[in-house]
Design a protein around this ligand. Structure first.
Ligand SMILES: [Zn+2]
Length: 332
């Protein structure tokens, strides 16, 4: 319709009278209104508008939902997932969303509740069918035994970094597929097929990763933040300490001296630098211990060239294996 209007104008020798222009505008409105009615009568054609808090749950949602979903992501892969810088546009996205997918287990607790409050979209609040919690089937590690916030302020419900372990990633995919089906029952078949396709691709990669990860078995690691326990359990290495005093609590000089002494005593193999963290600190501790540094990402897309969830797991494993292969140097 629009192109016909343009061609008609091109043929008109002079500027059309105001009345004719008015008729065209009216016709345009009627046309747009008719299209809107058609769209409303056929909701299956409109994509489900999904907001995903992290790039990990965003990628899994796309893999499962395909064209049936339109996904917007709040966090960037190289950001601190606990402290995502909030933008006003997040409120608009949440306000318009048909479903919300979160990683869960408290990962987003510092920024999401206030955003949900401001977005005035009760359909996506916790407990509603369109609130999709990817942590549903995860058995959390490091659950605090009291309400004392003994693990710091950032991990109140246990360790929320299960996404680094691809087996946990498979559980996330299942929870997301079921949540999408809840939010959009008409798409059940799409989501079930999407989950089956993704799960078989993931399982094939997990078998390959398990074989490749063999050199990590028994290694001792110091990480910046306490985000490796699930990955360490999967690939058989051990996290003996963190540069942070506690999750979200920066190191003190006394903590770092104690950590270096521990690393020497335990013959630590490498220091892990998470991409959003203080790299100079990781490198200086590694230099004191005479061990290599591996830079890993805690979310999909955090390392260059690793844009999807499978590439994220792959890139982290590559980084750890490269550091182990580099081996120890003389301490400085
Ligand atoms: Zn954390």
């Amino acid at each position: 319709m629009a192109s016909r209007t343009v061609r008609a104008e091109a043929r008109a020798p002079q500027r059309p009278p105001a009345a004719a222009a008015g008729r065209r505008v009216t016709a345009l409105f009627v046309g747009v209104f008719a299209l809107a009615l058609v769209a409303a009568a056929r909701p299956a054609l409109a994509a489900l508008r999904v907001v995903a808090t992290t790039p990990d749950v965003a990628d899994l949602t796309r893999q499962i939902g395909g064209d049936r979903v339109e996904v917007e992501t709040l966090a960037g892969g190289d950001q601190d997932p606990h402290r995502v810088p909030v933008k006003p546009s997040f409120v608009t996205k949440l306000n318009r969303a048909d479903a919300l997918v979160v990683q869960g287990l408290g990962l987003e607790h510092a920024f999401l509740p206030a955003l949900l409050e401001a977005s005035r979209n009760p359909a996506i609040s916790p407990g509603q069918p369109a609130y999709v919690d990817a942590s549903l089937y995860v058995e959390p590690l490091e659950v605090p035994t009291s309400l004392s916030r003994e693990q710091g302020e950032l991990h109140p419900l246990g360790n929320p970094h299960f996404n680094l372990d691809p087996v946990e990633g498979g559980k996330m995919a299942r929870a997301i597929a079921e949540g999408l089906e809840r939010a959009d029952p008409a798409g059940a078949e799409t989501y079930r097929q999407g989950l089956a396709r993704f799960s078989s691709a993931l399982d094939a990669r997990i078998a390959e990763w398990q074989r490749r990860a063999e050199p990590l078995r028994g290694r001792k690691v110091i990480s910046s933040h306490l985000d490796l326990p699930y990955l360490a359990r999967r690939f058989g290495f051990e996290v003996i300490g963190t540069l942070e005093y506690k999750p979200g609590v920066p190191a003190t000089p006394a903590h770092l001296e104690g950590l270096i002494a521990l690393g020497q005593r335990e013959h630590v193999d490498l220091v892990v630098h998470e991409v959003y963290f203080d790299e100079a600190l990781a490198r200086s501790v590694a230099a004191r211990l005479g061990v290599p540094v591996a830079t890993v990402s805690v979310m999909t897309g955090g390392l260059p060239g690793a844009s999807g969830y499978l590439a994220f797991v792959d890139a982290n494993l590559d980084a750890l294996l490269a550091a182990v292969a580099a081996g120890r140097q003389a301490p400085q």
